[in-house]
Design a protein around this ligand. Structure first.
Ligand code: HEC
Length: 188
């Protein structure tokens, strides 16, 4: 669970999520006790988690880059889009891509989404970026390719992000440090 990211969630957004969860149908099911493999502080080295979210606010939509950064953090694009190491995603090269999802016959590496023009999405227009998501708004346009070459990216979920929010995410991603990292999308 991306605790580090969600630790920065605006309090009002958190309260909305709680209100929504409370509308779910209760299901009686006992799950095994939680067993964390490593203490959370070890899994997420770096600045300590804040003890309270009281001070968290969502940046205004008019501040496109900051607002986009907030959305990118909450959608947790960074974990999937960071290079893979034996310890997990390398968050020091966040967005440089190359995290390999191995689903047997279907292997796919996450893309470099930093603004590097040769290996990232530096040459992508805002329109091309939007299309990556919006084309999945209707099920008939899903590109099912059973057995191989499928994206692991939750495009059907992310497709619902409204246009203005996708534009803010795009604006923010233009501002991150370009990292040269050539990624083969569908490794053997
Ligand atoms: C579950 C992991 C996962 C999450 C979460 C995720 N992605 Fe991806 N993304 C991938 C993978 C794997 C690919 C490569 C396959 C593809 O193009 O669909 C990819 C591809 C892309 C591409 C295409 C880049 C190219 O060069 O073709 C863009 C743009 C992108 N992601 C942006 C995002 C953004 C922005 C978010 C957050 C809103 C996000 N992704 C969340 C795994 C993920």
């Amino acid at each position: 669970m991306p605790y580090v990211q969600f630790n920065h969630m605006a309090k009002e957004d958190l309260l909305s999520i709680i209100a929504y969860i409370k509308t779910w149908k209760p299901i009686h099911k006992k799950v095994p006790a939680r067993q964390l493999m490593v203490p959370i502080a070890m899994a997420y080295p770096g600045p300590a988690l804040q003890a309270s979210v009281d001070g968290n606010i969502r940046p205004p939509e008019t501040d496109k880059v900051k607002y986009g950064e907030y959305l990118t953090t909450m959608a947790d694009c960074g974990t999937c889009h960071s290079p893979q190491t034996p310890q997990g995603p390398d968050m020091t090269r966040m967005f440089a891509g190359g995290y390999k999802f191995d689903l047997g016959s279907n292997k796919v590496n996450s893309a470099n989404i930093t603004p590097d023009s040769a290996t990232g999405i530096g040459a992508w227009t805002e329109e091309r970026f939007l299309t990556k998501f919006t084309q999945y708004r209707e099920e008939k346009s899903y590109n099912f390719n059973p057995g191989n070459q499928n994206s692991i990216m939750p495009l059907s979920i992310l497709a619902g992000i409204k246009d203005e929010d996708l534009k803010a995410i795009y604006a923010y991603l233009r501002t991150v440090k370009p990292v040269t990292n050539a990624v083969e999308k569908f490794p053997k």
